[in-house]
Design a protein around this ligand. Structure first.
Ligand code: PMP
Length: 458
């Protein structure tokens, strides 16, 4: 199958030429395998995607953890249509447009107390690299240029920029690209099947993993460390909620040593956990938050870096005529993205989607933990409307079990995502109980249908 299926809307191009699958080098995809049996999405509405073969599937991963307000949310579509007829593009380099200022002000109100400044990017990866650069430059701006080290964590995903893969903790995403950034070290990850399997919400054990930060600071000399970056709940590496007290302890250690704490909230922000940000849910305010995905409901690329006032203010000390930070993107604060983001914020707040997600979280937790005891299910984890079901690895390779289950789920009408040997769930916040039941039923069937004799009951 090296051309698109004829039932695909995309197969009716204006040129009249049926497009080949060959030219597009797909990201994070086994291209040759995909192109043997392509699966294409041709439409979406609310909780559902329409596939090229005419089937409709429930989107239990919200696109790629981003479509929190549902596909083609009418508020967001209308705002984007209105914006494109007024102003298509305007730079924010030494000139500006009102929507970027308005959105920044609204985000400051939406963010934790005391984080009133926003830098716009176009993606999560750009937000991470921007946050790391701001952290480094902040120390320099205060005359503390000796703080150059960055600390990430094993099993962290912080996007694909050179900064992000350097602080990231996924071996194969690092080893392919050479030596990466200097002066980076990593905390241990917090995944612990021995002590914490089948925890609900924050696992009980593992606050001690935060103490590893003290050890790293001692090892490197704390006065050389600029920042620590963590995902409050690690997403792409398997949905790993933080052990109880862990984030607070990181905060205390950072405070004690003058090290900045960055939360990468690209997945956890904008209602995913039933709160505006993970920082709100866990009651720990970092110095910098990175965001993207749910910021515009995935309707158009946009990211943002939110920071404590003191970080921003440190840059506002020199000559008034000087550029405070030599950094930015052509599309930082793009008008169309700003319009989409403001309408998305309306959906989250005025339409009550975040409150709805919070109210539904206990039901979601009970429902997915109902899969405990099925063959090969070795752990179930959750926070808010984020869930992970970890499967016993099969002998034929890491990830193959979860891929088989995910593949079978699509046959059963539910789109989930496999990350390693974990099935990740991250449905739109607009989901209802009956849809959660549909997801869990599909998973139960798919797990049974793909089970091998070696799969054990935990
Ligand atoms: N950080 C985290 C925590 C993410 O989950 C992701 C994307 N999954 C990124 C950064 C990178 O975002 P993007 O793909 O928009 O560059």
């Amino acid at each position: 199958a090296d051309t698109l299926p004829s039932s695909s809307a995309a197969a009716a191009p204006t040129t009249g030429i049926a497009p080949s699958l060959d030219a597009f080098w797909m990201p994070f995809t086994p291209n040759r395998k995909f192109k043997q049996s392509p699966r294409l999405i041709v439409g979406g509405e609310g909780l559902h995607y329409d596939l090229a073969d005419g089937r409709r599937v429930l989107d239990a991963i919200a696109g790629l953890w981003c479509v929190n307000a549902g596909h083609r949310n009418p508020r967001i579509s209308a705002a984007m249509k209105a914006q494109i007829d007024v102003l298509d593009y305007a730079s924010n380099f030494q000139i500006g447009h009102p929507a970027a200022f308005e959105l920044a002000q609204r985000l400051a109100r939406f963010a934790p107390e005391g984080m009133n400044h926003v830098f716009f990017t176009n993606s999560g990866s750009e937000s991470v690299d921007t946050a790391l650069k701001i952290a480094l430059a902040y120390h320099r701006a205060r005359g503390d240029a000796g703080r150059y080290r960055l600390i990430g964590r094993e099993r962290a995903y912080h996007g694909v920029g050179f900064g992000g893969i350097s602080v990231g903790g996924i071996g194969r995403q690092r080893s392919t690209f050479g030596p990466l950034l200097n002066g980076v070290d990593h905390l241990p990850h917090t995944h612990d099947l021995v002590r914490n399997a089948f925890s609900r919400g924050e696992p009980e054990h593992g606050i001690d993993k935060a103490d590893a930060l003290e050890a790293l600071l001692a090892l490197h000399d704390a006065s050389t460390v600029a920042a620590v970056i963590v995902e409050p709940v690690a997403g792409s590496t398997g949905v790993l909620p933080p052990p109880r007290g862990y984030l607070k302890r990181l905060r205390e250690i950072c405070d004690r040593h003058g090290v900045l704490l960055i939360f990468d909230e690209v997945i956890t922000g904008f209602g995913r956990l039933g709160a505006n940000f993970a920082a709100d849910l866990f009651g720990v305010t970092p110095d910098i938050i990175t965001a993207a995905k749910g910021l515009t409901n995935g309707a158009v690329p946009m990211g943002a870096v939110l920071m404590r006032d003191a970080i921003h203010d440190a840059f506002m000390q020199g000559s008034v005529g000087a550029i405070e930070l030599s950094h930015g993107y052509t599309y930082s604060g793009h008008p169309l993205a700003c319009a989409a983001a403001m309408a998305t914020l309306d959906a989250y707040t005025e339409d009550g989607l975040i409150a709805q997600a919070a109210a539904l979280s206990p039901f979601f937790e009970d429902a997915i933990h109902g899969l405990r005891g099925l063959p090969g299910v070795i752990d179930i984890r959750n926070t808010g409307l984020l869930g992970g079901i970890e499967l016993q690895a099969w002998a034929d390779g890491p990830g193959t079990h979860a891929q088989a289950v995910a593949q079978q789920c699509v046959e059963l009408g539910v789109l989930v995502r496999s990350v390693g040997d974990t099935i990740a769930l991250s449905p739109p916040l607009t989901i209802g109980r009956e849809h959660i039941e549909q997801i869990v039923d599909a998973l139960r069937t798919a797990i049974a249908q793909t089970a091998r004799p070696t799969d054990k009951e935990a």
